[in-house]
Structures are given as C-alpha cells and as structure tokens.
Design a protein around this ligand. Structure first.
Ligand SMILES: NC(=O)c1ccc[n+]([C@@H]2O[C@H](COP(=O)([O-])OP(=O)(O)OC[C@H]3O[C@@H](n4cnc5c(N)ncnc54)[C@H](OP(=O)(O)O)[C@@H]3O)[C@@H](O)[C@H]2O)c1
Length: 248
C-alpha cells in the first residue's frame, strides 16, 4: 500500500523538490499548486517518469472550500492519507512595517497562517486514531525568519512563520497521543523564485556572506530534512524543528 502525501505549493521551489524526492521514495504525491498548472504537471511527469504516482490539484489554500476539495480529491484519487507537508507560503515586496497596509498583512496571514491551519485540520481529521485513522505525520515549512524577524524586508512574513512555529508546538502536543507527529523545518536563504516576489530575485546571493557557511541552500537540501521528519526514522520526534540554514 502506498504512503499518500499532500504537499501544498509543490509546483516549484521547496515544494517541488520535496514532491520529487517523496515520489522517488515511494510516496504517492498530491502536488498542490495555486496558479501554475503547467509547472505542477511537470513535477507530476517527473515522478511518473521514475515509476512513481502523482497527481496535480489546483487549490488556493487561503480559501477554505479549496482546501476541503484538495483533500477530498486526494482521498478519491490516491487513497488514505498518511502525511501532509504544509509548504505553500508567500511574501510581498520588501517594506518596513510603517509602510504596510492591512490588506497586505491579511493576504500574507491568509495563506501562511490560516491556510496552514486549515490544511492541518483536514490532515488531523484523516490521520487521527481517535477519528478512525491510522496515524501519520505533518511537516510545517516555517522559516529562520521566525527567529530573525526580517527587519526592513517583511516582518509580516516573519510573524506568520512565528505563528507556524507555535502551531507546530501546540498541534504536536494536541495529537501526540493520536498517532500523529507534527514537526517543522526552518529553512534559511534558499535559492527559489520566492525572492522575486519580494522584489529582489538575487537576494540569496546578496545575503549569503552573512551565512556562517557562506552560501545559500538548495530546495533539495530542505526536502531531505522534510523527508526524514515524515519517515519512520523520526518515529520519536514530534514538536521539533530542523533549521536548514547553513548556521544562520
Ligand atoms: N526560499 C526561501 O529562502 C525560504 C526560506 C525560508 C522558508 N521558506 C518557505 O518555504 C516554503 C516554500 O517556499 P519557496 O521558496 O519554495 O517558494 P516559491 O518558489 O515562491 O513557491 C511557492 C509555492 O507555493 C504556491 N502557493 C503560493 N500561494 C499559494 C496558495 N495560496 N495556495 C496554494 N499554493 C500556493 C505556489 O504556487 P503557484 O506557483 O501555482 O502560485 C508555489 O508552488 C514557503 O512556506 C516559504 O515561506 C522559503
């Protein structure tokens, strides 16, 4: 029987790398995307090319009805869920707090916090041994920003990741007796297209001198940590954080 995994925001970046690695490790992967169906289809094709199973499902995780449909689609097409990677996240143009309006802050929190909570809710409803499930694992993709605060760039984004850290701790303890482990990775500066959303596509190359290891990370390096947290090798690990930051 397959392990079935939903990965939100898996059309590119860290989510896509995690989907490919999970596909090669034998997971049947639900590749969620918001807009870019073609990119999600390429991730699915890569997994199928190595003999794996994957489907692409469009859903905006900031919309509750979309999240419900995402999980129901995975149920129908892939079978019983065994894990969730709560990965989808956004940031907006670099800005100081004094220049942020409420609409921007709501947008960031709607995807990064509310979306992650609703996805976690749907996963717990399926995985919990109290609700007829057989257990499983949730990995939240937080950020080193939750510790660093991202001053002058996006404190709203950093605060959303602070909320993800608290979700990880609280939910881990809430469902630990129900067969569900909940952990998080906190990536540092990783080469993805996310930095272009902040208005600085080459941000990682600018800031890498501040990293103790003097380089940015790759999506694959984050994916490896996520896969370990999902796996049985992490069977006694819950409410934990793996910083994938090169020492930042
Ligand atoms: N890159 C870094 O340096 C870094 C560092 C720390 C933490 N992280 C975290 O790692 C995660 C992945 O980041 P990334 O760098 O890989 O980002 P990315 O390259 O910008 O990719 C973001 C992914 O999320 C999807 N997405 C965005 N909003 C969504 C929504 N409302 N519903 C569903 N999907 C949505 C995008 O789909 P579409 O393309 O279809 O819109 C895309 O697949 C995020 O949570 C981010 O905060 C990244």
């Amino acid at each position: 029987m397959n392990n079935v995994l939903i990965i939100t925001g898996a059309s590119r970046g860290i989510g896509a790398a995690t989907a490919r690695l999970a596909g090669s490790a034998g997971y049947a992967v639900c590749v969620n995307f918001r807009q870019d169906q073609a990119a999600a289809d390429r991730v699915v094709a890569d997994i199928e090319a190595i003999g794996g199973t994957a489907i692409a499902v469009g859903a905006d995780i900031s919309v509750e009805a979309d999240v419900v449909r995402l999980f129901e689609t995975a149920d129908k097409r892939l079978g019983r869920l065994s894990g969730l990677v709560n990965n989808a996240g956004i940031l907006e143009t670099q800005s100081r707090v004094e220049s942020m309006d409420a609409a921007r802050i709501h947008r960031v929190l709607a995807t990064n916090v509310v979306g992650a909570f609703i996805c976690a809710r749907e996963a717990v409803r399926r995985l919990s041994t109290k609700q007829g499930g057989t257990g499983g694992a949730i990995v939240n993709v937080s950020s080193a920003a939750s510790r660093l605060g991202s001053p002058g760039e996006y404190v709203d984004y950093a605060a959303s990741k602070g909320a993800i850290d608290t979700l990880t701790i609280g939910l881990a303890r809430e469902v630990a007796g129900e067969g569900i482990r909940v952990n998080a990775v906190r990536p540092g500066f990783i080469y993805t297209e996310m930095h272009a959303s902040g208005g600085e596509p080459d941000r990682v190359d600018r800031v890498k001198v501040s990293v103790p290891m003097k380089r940015g990370g790759t999506p694959d390096e984050v994916a490896q940590a996520i896969l370990w947290l999902l796996s049985g090798e992490a069977s006694f690990t819950t409410g934990a954080f793996i910083d994938v930051t090169g020492g930042t």
